[in-house]
Design a protein around this ligand. Structure first.
Ligand code: NAD
Length: 399
């Protein structure tokens, strides 16, 4: 027996997942089971202009749910965005009251879902007027003691898997940090995945978000907190995403590719919510804040080097990833691990992910700052524990 098996674990997942092409038509009925008034938050002007959001509002009205537009998330959410949206919810008298109160609906990528998750939590947890006091590692260390307003999440980018996780990632540029608001209570009550919603995502965003999902599937599989159910889930997601990402990038209207990517992204969220992540995500948070690199792009640039760095600590697991990515067996763990790395580099280049940090506006002077900001929940799950000096030399090697 080569790879490790953890025989004691908990497993956590959203209580209800509804997945299927065109199934957004069911949003009225689903929302009706959570409330009578729906605060709608979206994350894409394309979906607004194309009439998709109006269609969702129509489905809500048909079932007797009153839609109220509460805002949009057109950037990765910041503390001020959460505070403003939570205030708007409170001022509207939003409250959960079994099936007769209010529900929050997020239609968008990780940015919209995270903003909705955090605002829904801050609407009911009122010990501080700012979410900063509830974020991990910064602020006052306050906890989410009250259930948030119920959330129905409709992901549209096939990337973050935020629809299935219990955290929301919130940024600040002054002071600079990118940290999570985290509580088991924050997982969406209903996840409604309609892969057709991702058809309008442009190729570059498809590449970034798809590589984010692949990074999450890989890092959750090899992390120190990996356990059997998320690992099984991750392998299925990875097999599907490896076949579909290039197709979705080249032909956004390809239904099968979009379905596979949406499912893989959902699985990546379930895997990360249980197992955590690793070095690529640790550094990606720092790149987001200090170099303003979009989250998925940052993960994609870091993934090959993260695989290389962790190869010695997880030979059997990385070899298994190579088998799944390539769809065939290998005669030795070294061959499997080499194949995993080559396949990731091949996929990255096919969807035009840059290989070097300087291509995403990172300068040598920034590296020590990135090292300092890379420490957090994700980095602590990395299979190989890394000193600051090691992280610096890893970043120098891909500058
Ligand atoms: P995003 O939500 O920022 O969206 C990227 C771009 O795609 C935006 O310009 C958006 O307007 C556009 N877009 C979204 N849907 C579209 C559609 N259907 N058609 C056309 N354009 C569309 O990107 P993302 O990668 O999904 O989310 C990134 C955020 O999620 C980051 O803040 C990241 O830290 C966070 N994240 C959260 C978790 C979690 O578990 N909570 C996990 C990973 C990442």
């Amino acid at each position: 027996m080569t790879s490790s098996f953890r025989a004691s674990y908990d497993f956590f997942a959203p209580p209800r997942i509804v997945f299927g092409w065109c199934r957004r038509a069911e949003v009225g009925k689903l929302a009706r089971s959570l409330g009578r008034r729906a605060f709608l938050l979206h994350g894409s002007s394309t979906l607004e202009c194309s009439g998709v959001l109006a269609g969702i509002c129509g489905c809500l009205r048909q079932e007797g749910v009153e839609p109220v537009e509460i805002g949009s998330a057109l950037r990765e959410p910041e503390v001020v965005d959460v505070d403003r949206t939570a205030r708007a919810l409170r001022e509207s008298g939003a409250r959960s009251n079994g099936g007769s109160g209010d529900v929050v609906i997020a239609v968008g990528g990780g940015s919209a879902i995270d903003l909705a998750k955090a605002a829904a939590a801050m609407a009911t947890n009122r010990k501080s007027p700012t979410v900063k006091d509830y974020l991990e590692g910064v602020g006052a260390g306050l906890q989410i003691d009250e259930d948030p307003l119920p959330l129905l999440a409709m992901p549209t980018t096939a990337g973050t898997g935020s629809e299935a996780t219990k955290n929301a990632v919130i940024s600040s540029f002054d002071p600079p940090f990118k940290k999570s608001l985290r509580s088991d209570r924050m997982v969406p009550r209903i996840v409604l995945v309609d892969p057709e919603l991702s058809v309008s995502v442009p190729p570059t965003t498809t590449a970034y978000t798809g590589m984010d999902a692949i990074t999450q599937l890989i890092e959750s599989y090899i992390t120190v907190k990996a356990s059997p159910i998320p690992q099984a889930i991750a392998l299925q997601g990875l097999a599907l995403a490896a076949q579909a990402i290039v197709l979705a990038f080249r032909d956004g209207g390809n239904r099968e590719a979009r379905e596979r990517m949406a499912h893989a992204a959902l699985l990546s969220g379930m895997a990360l919510a249980n197992s955590g992540l690793g070095m690529a995500h640790g550094v990606a948070a720092a790149l987001g804040i200090h170099a303003r690199v979009p989250h998925g792009l940052a993960c994609a640039v870091m993934l090959p080097v993260a695989l290389r760095v962790n190869q010695g600590a997880r030979p059997a697991e990385i070899s298994r990833l190579g088998e799944v990515l390539c769809g065939r067996g290998f005669s030795s763990p070294e061959d499997g691990a080499r194949a995993a790395l080559e396949k990731i580099e091949e996929l990255s280049s096919e969807v035009r992910i840059p290989r070097r940090l300087r291509e995403i506006n990172v300068t040598r002077e920034l590296l020590p700052v990135l090292v300092k900001s890379s420490r957090g929940n994700s980095m602590s799950g990395n299979p190989r524990q890394l000193s600051d000096e090691e992280i610096l030399s890893i970043l120098e090697s891909i500058l």
